[in-house]
Design a protein around this ligand. Structure first.
Ligand SMILES: NC(=O)c1ccc[n+]([C@@H]2O[C@H](COP(=O)([O-])OP(=O)(O)OC[C@H]3O[C@@H](n4cnc5c(N)ncnc54)[C@H](O)[C@@H]3O)[C@@H](O)[C@H]2O)c1
Length: 358
């Protein structure tokens, strides 16, 4: 089943009881994930884990979860569960995947998977060896405007796409660094491509399939952060170019404070242009018509519900899952391939150059 056909979820346990999960990492993103689990009746989160038990207790109270722990090991010892939902920073993912796999439970893991291609491959291998499913918690392709774009592309209504442009502008690194929700961004050596670009890469793979080449350039408008705060990546397909253009140093030219979508995207095809604006409106313009689809402010929250439902379907079926760790490693390759391209001032050939990624 493709991700634009996400169903209302299937009963998943043969004995009829709900799937049981542990969520580890009770920081910023846990609110969206726990909010989504609360809407998925097939799942019960039985315990929360965070080094900082105050954070775990806070979320446990808010989402009526009985148990909290300071380590995943303790939680796995205490509960018989079906899966672990990892919502911690990426450098912790390999170890948490290993602990979960050793306990024989399936794994849902936040983006980006890990700081290097080697670690990403290790995560995939650990899960494969243990015979458990590793699924990427990558919500962007589940945002309803992208599901709509995919449907319009697949229907052939606007013909073959040949150009895409995606831009994300935020005023976070200038005039001073103001990463309010995620202060750790300031110390990350790989920043906008790794943290945000991964969403774009996964989404263009969903929309257009596997790209052939990458040409990237990165910049530091701010001198106060460790990683890049702006980047442009040219992604080439046989007959399409997709441009990713991110800056967290810029004053946006589009309304950001009350934005519904966090980025703006244009897709041009032989018979039509689609434009997603920050207010959540998707305009589809053809030679004969001009149609607007409107999406509400809960679209991003709902994309977490869609993604987490897809995880439930993936672990409940024996068939291949498009969100599997092995599939997601292809999106991660585009992240590290972009950094390699920027560093070497060379085009990165997807697949062929994978061996140069550390
Ligand atoms: N999909 C999205 O839109 C989205 C948005 C923001 C963040 N994220 C991703 O979510 C992940 C977490 O980001 P965040 O912003 O919530 O981080 P955060 O720092 O706000 O929260 C992480 C929490 O994990 C805890 N933690 C870290 N390692 C742990 C371990 N080994 N065991 C137990 N607890 C541990 C920390 O104490 C912290 O409370 C990252 O991979 C990030 O990229 C995704």
């Amino acid at each position: 089943m493709s991700s634009d056909q996400v169903s209302a979820g299937q009963p998943v346990r043969s004995n009829g009881r709900r799937l049981r999960g542990i969520l580890v990492g009770c920081g910023y993103i846990s609110t969206q994930q726990l909010g989504a689990w609360a809407q998925i009746s097939e799942v019960e989160i039985v315990a929360l884990v965070d080094f900082d038990e105050n954070k775990a207790r806070h979320q446990a109270e808010r989402y009526e979860i009985a148990a909290t722990y300071a380590s995943l090991g303790e939680a796995l010892d205490a509960h018989d569960v079906d899966f672990v939902d990892i919502a911690t920073p990426p450098q912790t993912h390999v170890d948490l995947v290993r602990s979960s796999a050793e306990a024989g439970v399936h794994i849902l893991c936040q983006k980006p998977f890990a700081p290097s291609m080697k670690d990403v491959d290790e995560m995939v291998e650990i899960a494969d060896r243990a015979g458990v499913r590793l699924v990427a918690n990558e919500n962007m392709r589940f945002q309803a405007w992208f599901l709509k774009m995919k449907q319009l592309l697949d229907s052939g209504e606007i013909g073959r796409p040949f150009y895409a442009h995606w831009t994300d502008r935020s005023r976070w690194t200038l005039p001073t660094v103001t990463f309010i929700d995620q202060p750790y961004f300031a110390t990350m050596k790989q920043l906008v491509i790794y943290e945000m670009g991964i969403h774009f890469f996964d989404t263009i793979r969903y929309l257009f399939g596997e790209p052939l080449r990458l040409a990237a350039t990165v910049g530091n408008a701010s001198r106060e952060i460790a990683g890049e705060d702006n980047a442009v990546v040219l992604v080439s397909y046989e007959n399409l170019v997709a441009i990713m253009d991110i800056s967290w140093a810029s004053i946006p030219t589009y309304p950001k404070a009350d934005a519904v979508s966090w980025a703006v995207m244009t897709i041009e095809a032989e018979g039509g242009t689609m434009h997603l604006s920050a207010d959540g409106r998707l305009r589809v313009i053809t030679d004969e018509s001009d149609t607007v689809f409107e999406f509400g402010p809960d679209t991003i929250d709902q994309s977490f519900v869609g993604m987490q439902r897809r995880f439930v379907e993936c672990i409940s079926s024996d068939s291949d899952c498009e969100m599997s760790g092995r599939e997601y490693a292809r999106s991660m390759e585009l992240v590290f391939g972009s950094y390699a391209s920027a560093e070497r001032h060379e085009v990165y050939r997807v697949g062929e150059d994978r061996n140069i990624l550390a």
